[in-house]
Design a protein around this ligand. Structure first.
Ligand SMILES: [Zn+2]
Length: 69
């Protein structure tokens, strides 16, 4: 099952599964970085794979990339 993502589906996914918003208007593939707007108002770039699979659904201010506890 190879789900094909389009920019519309991604926008919908982002809206349903996070507090962030998708700003990018084109999607060219997994390696492309998409532009998001975090709920705090900050813009951030991330591949959709990272957003979805690694649960990186906020900007690096809200969720620092290195979680050291
Ligand atoms: Zn944020």
């Amino acid at each position: 099952m190879n789900k094909k993502w389009t920019i519309d589906k991604i926008r919908e996914y982002v809206a349903k599964n996070s507090e962030s918003k998708l700003l990018s208007t084109e999607y060219h593939g997994f390696s492309q970085k998409l532009l998001f707007k975090c709920s705090c108002g900050q813009n951030f770039e991330k591949t959709f794979t990272k957003f979805k699979t690694n649960n990186q659904r906020k900007c690096e201010v809200c969720v620092p990339p290195r979680e050291s506890r």
